[in-house]
Design a binder for this molecule. Structure first.
Ligand SMILES: [Zn+2]
Length: 394
């Protein structure tokens, strides 16, 4: 899932809840009810601390272009002692990633004086295919609907984030760019306009492919809540407000890796897959999203190695996917490769359990649990349809 996470937000109680349910599911799945030991929450917390140190070494991120490769090394080093239990492999994934060619900059001016610098409270909308823009001291124009027409040239558009009168955020983007916007600033949530600034990081927005041809024409950014608030406040009181807007980005190719650890034991015709993504967004360390799921998976692999390996009925496959945050590239590559080169193997996967942000909220946990239980019923009955129903749908 897209978003940011930080270690201090990880709730131990949620981890505990998650583990009780997750391990219960695993034990039922494997038909073992006589185990005495439990997976260690402390191990998961320690893994998360290590991920946070990795992020610090790479400018605060574990994305594919930052600390993901170090995260891969970390998981592999922790799996190494389990090689009697697992066949541990990596799969190369080529990722086309949009990166900044130079540090992005947005500054507000009035009468030659800088009033506000947005760095680092904005995010270039790389997930949707933002282009590049360099404009100096342009006019700002607020856009809150699709019936927008302007005679200004090379202005920077401020986009209201709410959907009104059937005009979505993405439609406002399209209209602004069609009418000459040299760049677009998308505000954060409605709360800002009511005057409730929050120090949240900007959130990526996704527009469909039909908007791509417009969005790649200019730089498009989203603002954090407090930056949105400051912009709207200054926009409402300063008549000669201008903006300098410099977003220069390009696509670069990066080599990244999926990690797969599959039990040597177990029926190879009945594979159970536990997956999670190991990369973060560029604007955060991804400790909750999805360090929590990835490190829970690592501890589960360790638990399996210590307690269950010799008694496995199904083949158990643990996976740490790459490049989820830039379009599910790692897991998609894995499935595409199997479809192309080994479709029989794809059919052997009877259940896929994906964990993403396992510390987040009880509603999500509840839904996930229902999914696990549904899958369990099928796999315990060895329903031949179970695989079709559960493959990569959770
Ligand atoms: Zn995620």
């Amino acid at each position: 899932m897209k978003g940011q996470g930080h270690f201090i937000k990880v709730k131990r109680s949620y981890l505990n809840s998650f583990f009780l349910i997750f391990i219960g599911a695993v034990l039922l799945l494997l038909n073992y009810r006589d185990l005495e030991s439990n997976p260690s929450i402390d191990n998961v917390i320690n893994h998360l601390k290590s991920l946070e140190l990795i992020a610090k070494d790479y400018g605060g991120s574990r994305s594919v272009v930052d600390g993901h490769s170090a995260s891969v090394d970390y998981v592999l080093s922790n799996l190494a002692h389990m090689n009697a239990t697992f066949n541990i492999t990596t799969q190369l994934v080529t990722c086309n990633v949009q990166v900044d060619e130079m540090p992005p900059l947005i500054e507000l001016y009035s009468m030659k004086k800088i009033l506000y610098t947005f760095q680092p409270k904005f995010q270039v909308m790389t997930a949707t295919g933002s282009g590049s823009s360099i404009t100096m001291k342009s006019h700002l124009v607020f856009i809150d609907g699709c019936d927008f027409k302007t005679k200004l040239k090379n202005f920077i558009a401020i986009i209201d984030p709410t959907n009104r009168n059937g005009c979505s955020v993405c439609d406002k983007l399209r209209v602004a760019i069609q009418h000459g916007a040299g760049g677009v600033i998308v505000l954060s949530r409605l709360g800002n306009m009511l005057g409730y600034p929050h120090p949240l990081q900007p959130r990526a927005r996704i527009c469909g492919k039909k908007y791509l041809e417009f969005m790649k024409l200019v730089g498009v950014v989203t603002l954090s809540d407090d930056a949105s608030y400051q912009l709207l406040k200054l926009y409402s009181i300063k008549t000669k407000l201008r903006v300098s807007f410099k977003i220069v980005s390009a696509f670069r190719e990066y080599q990244s890796k999926n990690i797969i650890a599959e039990s040597w034991n177990g029926n190879k015709e009945k594979v159970v897959l536990f997956g999670s993504h190991l990369d973060s967004v560029r604007t955060g360390p991804g400790i909750n999203d999805d360090g929590s799921g990835a490190m829970a998976t690592l501890e589960l692999a360790n638990y399996f190695h210590l307690n269950l390996a010799s008694r496995t009925k199904q083949k158990i496959r643990f996976a740490w996917w790459t490049a989820e945050e830039i379009g599910l590239l790692g897991s998609s590559h894995y499935v595409d490769e199997l479809k192309l080169n080994n479709p029989r193997e794809l059919k052997r996967i009877k259940l896929n359990i994906d964990t993403d942000m396992v510390t987040l909220c009880l509603i999500r946990l509840h839904l996930q649990t229902m999914c696990v239980e549904y899958g369990m019923v099928n796999i315990l009955k060895m329903n031949p349809l179970a695989g079709k129903q559960n493959q990569f749908t959770m």
